[in-house]
Design a binder for this molecule. Structure first.
Ligand SMILES: Cc1cc2nc3c(=O)[nH]c(=O)nc-3n(C[C@H](O)[C@H](O)[C@H](O)COP(=O)(O)O)c2cc1C
Length: 233
């Protein structure tokens, strides 16, 4: 009997010890889970907080963009007046057209400026005489950086040389795409009309809706320009 009681006591102690061990191990698991969860929570918090700060950065970027003035890439104007002028007459008219139409201005500047000797039409060997006698002459433009993006109407002006547009205008129109644009040629001269100069340029350009255009007086007023512009079609 004493032996039986001793055996039962030993078994009870063993059972208690096993139960203690299991609890310990459960506690360990639970503490390591807590630790993993805490790590995960911290990582998530960091990720969210980092995403949050990214969002703030984005928000700030958006704010910055919306604070920028509109049309920073262009003037926002839909008309541009482009001209070449050797002695300033066409320039003056071009500036008045730009005023009247609230347009941008772009001057076609020759890489090699025309001297008064170059402009001497009495000299058979002057630069202009030689250029105008050669349909294929293409004088270089100094800085042809103009882009037609955002424009719907282009006024294009030049002096008449030997009844036609100077060859530098051919250089210009061949270098640009006028697709989708209304192009209005205008010229100044000693008396000759615009003749076929505008339609010649239209052929060389090969794109754009070119109107007939007109010769304009050097001293044309803004009021007269307004009347001319309103009559264009
Ligand atoms: C080489 C040359 C040829 C010219 N040919 C003509 C012409 O055929 N008919 C005409 O009326 N004027 C002619 N002119 C005069 C110019 O067309 C006129 O002075 C023009 O308004 C000048 O414009 P700009 O000052 O913008 O260069 C010619 C001028 C030059 C320099």
């Amino acid at each position: 009997m004493k032996r039986l009681l001793t055996t039962i006591l030993i078994l009870f102690c063993l059972a208690s010890l096993t139960a203690c061990g299991n609890n310990q191990s459960n506690n360990n698991t639970s503490s390591s889970e807590t630790s993993v969860n805490a790590d995960a929570q911290q990582s998530t918090t960091e990720a969210v907080s980092s995403a949050d700060s990214d969002d703030k950065a984005l928000t700030n970027d958006k704010t910055l963009i919306s604070e920028l003035p509109e049309n920073t890439e262009g003037s926002g104007k839909n008309t541009i007046v482009i001209y070449f002028s050797a002695t300033g007459t066409t320039k003056g008219v071009a500036e008045r057209i730009a005023d009247v139409t609230n347009a941008d201005l772009f001057e076609i500047v020759p890489a090699e400026p025309y001297t008064s000797a170059d402009l001497d039409w009495n000299d058979k060997n002057s630069r202009t005489t030689i250029e105008m006698n050669d349909q294929n002459a293409r004088p270089e433009i100094a800085d042809d950086t103009v882009s037609f993006d955002g424009y719907s109407t282009i006024y294009i002006g030049y002096p008449i040389w030997w009844g036609d547009a100077p060859r530098i205008m051919s250089t210009f129109v061949e270098a640009h795409d006028f697709d989708g644009l209304t192009v209005i040629p205008f010229c100044t001269s000693g008396g000759s009309g615009i003749g076929r100069s505008g339609s010649n340029l239209a052929s060389l350009a090969g794109s754009g809706n070119w109107l007939d255009g007109d010769r304009l007086d050097a001293g044309i007023s803004e009021e007269e320009l307004g009347t001319w512009i309103n009559g264009l079609n």
